[in-house]
Design a protein. Sequence first.
Length: 466
Amino acid sequence: MMNGKRWIWGCLRFAAACWIIQLYMGDSSQAAQAAQAKKPPIPLQELVDRARPGEVVRLKAGDYAGPVVIGKKLVLQGEDGTLLVQDSRGPAITVKAEGVEVRGLAIRQKAEGEGSAAVLVRADKAVLRELDIRTRGSGILLREASGGRIEDNVITWDRAGARLSLGQKGNGIDLYGSPDNRMIRNEIRNMKDGIYLENSRSLTIENNRIYGSRYGIHCMYIDGTRIAGNRGESNFTGAMVMGVKDIVLSDNVFTKQSQNVHAQGILLYDVRTSLVERNRVDGNRVGIYLERSSDNELRDNAVYRNFIGIQFADAERNRIHGNDFVANVIEAEAAQSGENRIERNYWDSFQGLDLNGDGFSETEYAMNPFYKNLISRTPAFQLFFQSPGMTFLSDMVEEDRKRWARDASPSMHLLHPDLDPALEPEQDPVAEQRERIPEKTFMLIIASMLFAGSLVVIIYSRGAKS
């Protein structure tokens, strides 16, 4: 009786697997037939040329061929299923007129090289919204184009092209000499730099998501810019900010920047009179790195589970206060950085002494530079980190102690429990994998697993019966 049930269940599983495979193959066959009957792509330039200035050009679902140059003010509006394909080098769309809006298109840039962008903007007040860009070059380039908005776009590297290193790819959003632009709610994956900004001012970069790039946000000479609410994950560096003043870097999350020996959550180089607040840097090689930067304020940040929590090099006259440093292997390192005002931070490994009950220790926390100085001369000594001998030598070092960076009044308790990474809901790894695998492929994998399982059951049950 039991063998009969096993045989029935095995047959049912086999039938289910065959049905799913047939469904997949049938859909694939229909897709192949549809592809053969598909009309050639419509040249988009002809439609744009026929449009009057100020007109809304509505593109029905279907394939369109680039390149297209928009030299007059209009709105280019796609719908679900509208696809623009660019096979040759150069931008798929070039905007040369003020006030152009492009929205709702899928763009496939198949030519390789950084100059082969999906969209190139050379005019003011452009709006790029809800574009689905897959590129083998760059995503969106802005050149001397001010006052624009880049919102709700998805930009990903086309893995169907040649396998290239990060340094050989283009950037997701690349802006040069283009002040007063807003980049909001974009998602960028596997590009060289997610968002690259240079020689501009008064930019707004908010609520973007950047994954698998070299630098998530890379900024140079962009005074007066606001970078807020962004998330960078599994990049080499979350935010690299260089040569700027008067910026605000707030409410960002940079996590899992640890793939490179020089990886950091936030890197500040030659940054002045700027504010860094309420950021969470978690699981990076270095949480916050500050070099040749002065007169900045770093407050209310959560620095969790990094190899080095915060690192100073030639940084002076900065104020660092109200930050949480939790579960970092090395909480802080400093070299030639003795003139900073560091106070009222929480260091989870520090055992303080609160005599007056105000919540802050009367004993100070000193940052021993021994380990940093040692590995800077001999990097191989990193292998001995936290070994008994290394700890013993570090405790014995008292040379030039007066010049050590120190927290004058460390907090006795966690200051920002709401920023604890443990409170963030975990993502479903199965759902995340489904996002990366096309539905047809996913169904084929499931069908194959069912087929293999049914074969095992059939063979086992027949063997037991005999």
